[in-house]
Design a protein around this ligand. Structure first.
Ligand code: ADP
Ligand code: MG
Length: 308
């Protein structure tokens, strides 16, 4: 009997699991092919507010009726679960090891979206072998729920994982704050993504804005430097004020949108979600979740190169 293969992979080595079979038999494959908006939240510097933005954007988009999964892509210091007051038993590492299904690893947040927890210090996706890659793609393709938005919270710095998520996502949201280190780190990130990873469009959110120095002003400063040296298009995604309510909500392990819905920060996140909801979703098969994971995996194979 001839060996069954698909995309160069010997299928005999990967017997179908029960969820896969039921998905195929029940003809529920539409959840795989539905387009998904993938937003990577990045910023270069730690502490600018990437996780706060990810958690609150996930909350705000869920309130708008979106089916959101928040992927904690900070493999170094995964803390989206802490900000949500959740204690996941399993992480993505268990999925990759074949010990749990993605469904078992996803945790439902009280705010209505699902969190995909990453293991702190787990192997980078770049280090996965072909079988684990296939496992990851399969894990996503057997998800029983429909997703329309995937938000990926990323690590600080220019680690390979950050570049990988940003390159695979359709939208990169850069979080900036009014500190010299935030501007230089965000610039370095935009530079490496545009020069080496083919990302040329960025949404920029000004966070922790105070007093007279507005987010628009910060954006202008950042846009001037990038326009001078880089070939990129930046779009202002608005501003979030520095707000004690947000700090309090972090301590209470709740999204500010949930804990203090009338606070200035919560209102700003609602506005951001309204805008993000208009960001384009690619049509056809290039926009589905399987394609995102495949792209993530493909990008992961190419090691980063230094940028001068
Ligand atoms: N808009 C804001 N107003 C007040 N404090 C903020 C705001 N955004 C972030 N912070 C503070 O900064 C800390 C770090 O934010 P976090 O989202 O963890 O950053 P990152 O993920 O970029 O490292 C938060 O715990 C919070 O105290
Ligand atoms: Mg973070």
């Amino acid at each position: 009997m001839p060996t069954r293969t698909c995309c160069g992979v010997n299928l005999e080595r990967y017997p179908m699991s029960a969820p896969e079979l039921s998905l195929i038999r029940n003809n529920r494959l539409e959840s795989l092919t539905r387009p998904v908006r993938v937003i990577a939240v990045a910023g270069g510097k730690g502490g600018v507010g990437k996780t706060s933005v990810s958690v609150n954007l996930a909350t705000a988009l869920s309130r708008r009726g979106r089916r959101v999964v928040l992927f904690d892509g900070d493999l170094g210091l995964a803390n989206a679960d802490v900000m949500l007051g959740l204690s996941p038993n399993y992480t993505l590492a268990h999925v990759l090891a074949g010990e749990r299904t993605l469904e078992e690893v996803l945790v439902e947040a009280p705010q209505g979206f699902h969190l995909l927890p990453a293991a702190s210090g787990s192997a980078e996706l770049a280090q996965l072998g072909p079988e684990e890659h296939l496992g990851l793609v399969r894990a996503f393709s057997t998800l029983p729920m429909q997703i329309d938005t995937l938000i990926v919270d990323t690590a600080p710095g220019l680690h390979h994982g950050v570049l990988q998520f940003a390159q695979a996502a359709q939208h990169v949201l850069i979080v900036l704050c009014d500190e010299p280190a935030s501007l230089t780190d965000a610039y370095a990130l935009v530079k490496v993504l545009s020069r080496k990873h083919g990302v040329s469009r960025f949404h920029v959110l000004a966070n922790q804005c105070r007093g007279e120095r507005t987010g628009a002003g910060l954006f202008e400063r950042f846009a001037r430097v990038t326009a001078r040296f880089l070939d990129v298009t930046l779009e202002f995604a608005g501003e979030v004020p520095s707000d004690e309510a947000l700090r309090r909500a972090v301590r209470e392990q709740r999204p500010v949108l949930d804990a203090y819905p009338a606070s200035p920060a919560a209102r700003a996140f609602k506005k951001l979600a309204g805008q993000a909801d208009t960001w384009a979703i690619p049509d056809g098969p290039r926009g589905n979740i399987e394609f995102f994971v495949e792209r993530l995996v493909r990008v992961g194979r190419a090691r980063p190169v230094a940028v001068s």
